[in-house]
Design a protein around this ligand. Structure first.
Ligand code: NDP
Length: 334
């Protein structure tokens, strides 16, 4: 099988030296084991953090070992009566990430079949980690109320697009920030956002946000950080909430980023800012999944994906996240 291994820890933006393709021989399949081949992979911004050798909520990638990410696979051969060739599977939560390998062998106890009444890639996006992140981050920390103004950075991505629509379901006025005129149009025309700001075409974020939010900002769902967030923070209303979901603008920085200190604004406006990782909500995934499925079936939650094709495209797809090449969830179809 071919594997894409983590070849070297990057400084700044990863590049071709970060990844290496190798060929390995797989052992013979034993009783109780299943040979699986990937069908869809998710590439996610948090994987950049795993490339640094620092303490985090998830261990760093090991140099010389395959990269791993969320994935859906198909059974190719089975020595377990519960799995037949062709079954679509995901790895169970004790070891949920799929190695970047064209084939791998698992004990059947590590696999679960997925229900194919929705497109299988949805389990990596709207009904998977990004969808749950949007659901719990917005509802548990953002606590949206009808009539409030919700601003989202990284709004046209996997998480952001879901946050905005859940905000609409809860009666908020929803304003998205994303890069480029095409994404801004997607947000307002397809996903019903009330307004959207193209940060690439608007250098002064503070006044762009003020213009798009005449009543100020009650909730800021932050996927991005950096100067975009500095501009939004200046527009926060008293008792505003800030779920800190991601800081992708900073993931490749090689220096400690310095910006306006937000503490004075937070004190004088009684703001609440809380970081979170989706794992905090593991015991409530069932609740989130049920709500997301329901909204998808009712047509209240729409979705879009950007799909790149081919196992060898995985590194390029991962890097595309940092160039903003995706609309909605970025998926690699093998
Ligand atoms: P996206 O689908 O949103 O893809 C990343 C997007 O980030 C790009 O499309 C791009 O959009 C934007 N981006 C990239 N670089 C920059 C930059 N320098 N400045 C501003 N925007 C940038 O990814 P996800 O929806 O999967 O993740 C969104 C955020 O949420 C990430 O920060 C991620 O780490 C975080 N996250 C956190 C989780 C948690 O548990 N806390 C779980 C899942 C995700 P554009 O064209 O608009 O620039």
């Amino acid at each position: 099988a071919e594997q894409i291994i983590f070849a070297a820890r990057p400084k700044g933006l990863p590049d071709s030296k970060t990844f290496k393709t190798v060929t390995v021989d797989l052992p013979e399949l034993q009783q109780g084991e299943v040979l699986i081949k990937p069908v869809y992979y998710s590439v996610d911004p948090y994987m950049r953090g795993r490339m640094n050798d620092t303490k985090s909520y998830i261990p760093p990638f090991e140099v010389g070992q395959p990269i791993e990410s969320g994935g859906v696979a198909a059974v190719a051969e089975s020595m377990d009566s519960n799995f037949q060739p062709g079954d679509l599977v995901m790895l169970t939560s004790s070891r949920p990430l799929l190695p970047w390998a064209t084939a791998s062998i698992y004990n059947a106890t590590h696999l679960k079949k997925i229900d194919n009444s929705v497109p299988p890639s949805y389990y990596l996006g709207i009904l998977g980690m990004p969808g749950l992140t949007a659901y719990f981050g917005l509802l548990d920390i953002g606590k949206p109320k009808a009539g409030e103004t919700l601003v989202i950075s990284g709004a046209a991505g996997a998480v952001g697009i879901v946050v905005g629509q859940i905000g609409k379901i809860h009666g908020c006025r929803v304003v998205g920030i994303a890069g480029g005129t095409e994404k801004v149009k997607l947000l307002t025309d397809v996903f019903n956002f009330d307004a959207a700001i193209d940060y690439k075409g608007n250098q002064d974020m503070k006044s762009s946000v003020a213009a798009a939010c005449p009543n100020g900002v009650d909730i800021y769902f932050d996927n991005v950080g950096g100067e975009i967030s500095d501009g939004v923070m200046a527009n926060m209303n008293t008792f505003g909430r800030i779920p800190l979901c991601g800081q992708i603008a900073l993931y490749n920085s090689t220096e400690v980023p310095v910006g306006p200190r937000v503490q004075p604004i937070m004190i004088t406006r009684s703001l609440l800012m809380q970081g979170f990782t989706i794992g905090n909500y593991a015991s409530r995934f069932g609740e989130g999944f049920k709500a997301l499925v329901e909204w998808v079936k009712q047509g209240k939650l729409k979705y879009t994906e950007t799909t790149m094709e081919g196992f060898d495209k995985l590194p390029e797809a991962f890097l595309a996240l940092f160039a903003g090449k995706n609309q909605g969830k970025l998926i690699v179809k093998v």
